[in-house]
Design a protein around this ligand. Sequence first.
Ligand code: SAM
Length: 345
Amino acid sequence: MAAASLDPPAQAPAISRLTDSHGRVIHDLRVSITDRCNYKCVYCRTGEVGAQYPELKIEEYLRLIELFVGLGITKVRLTGGEPLLRRGLLDLVGELAGMRTVDGRQLEIALTTNGHLLEGLAAPLKAAGLARVTVSMDAVDEPVFEQITRVPGSFRAVLNGVRAARGAGLTPLKINCVLLRGFNDGQIEGFAHFARQEDVIVRFIEFMPLEEDRLWSPEIVVPLNEIVDRIHRVMPLVPLPAHEASETARRFGFADGRGEIGIIAPVSQAFCGACSRVRLTSDGKIRTCLFSQIEHDLYGRLRAGASNDELRAYIVATVQGKEARHHIGESGFLKPSRSMVHIGG
Ligand code: SAM
């Protein structure tokens, strides 16, 4: 009989999953791949165009994303700026589709876009491995839409993009609408109809103080309760259960069973306690919160020749220091150093 081996059983190397000091597990990574945008939405931009921060090479994003995935990230959302402007996007998606999570599953890949270039890119993105897109639309009335984007022809382009994305199977298709009182709060009921007509999930987002200019005030925010009440009056709603604890949107279905809306209420009903996100800016800095006052220069370390082990240790330590919550609306609130378009929403 063969002697029993005295060696300890082979063990998989320990993987340190990303957690923070508040006990949250971080499994969502948002990556901005450019801070250029082809829209100048009035609530977001001052009207200046062009990038403020450099972009990394596609292979550099991939190296950094792979490190995060090795630390337990299961979902990567590409954003910007406007990610469809980024050359090399299809290659990036194709490479991400080949990555596996630490559990050996396929990485969930999503993208947030203004939809302007989506008509031509929806099918190639799907073929490259993209699972879903979220399209930002802040009005369903063409003139209101174009007053917001400040780009003629943008409404038609985005509508065609939405339909192409649905046709390509980038579903469930979500539409994000940021509501500002006095700008587009007249669109709420129209969006409820749009959700059903176009078979999309419309999610209303409370406006946060992340604009380039100074526009935010508590009064300009259209809170969750008001949105629900207004839709419910014309089309009765029923609450739907969350898909997962860290889901940002509160879900509602129409009472007749056809269609869904969601409300993301970071201001009136903050969900920081369930936050599972970390961000990488287009120039390779880690942001642990949208409202962080400091950034962590991961790319600077890569450029200086840090090894993968050193970069991983830096990511783990940085995420440990993630902020407990934001302080929107409190006295002493400080706007972050970057605005939404340059962080990556
Ligand atoms: N260009 C892409 C797009 O339009 O979806 C991705 C970047 S954009 C910054 C991402 C999302 O952030 C958009 O839905 C936009 O409406 C939203 N956003 C911009 N500024 C915001 C703010 N101050 N508060 C809440 N959402 C904001």
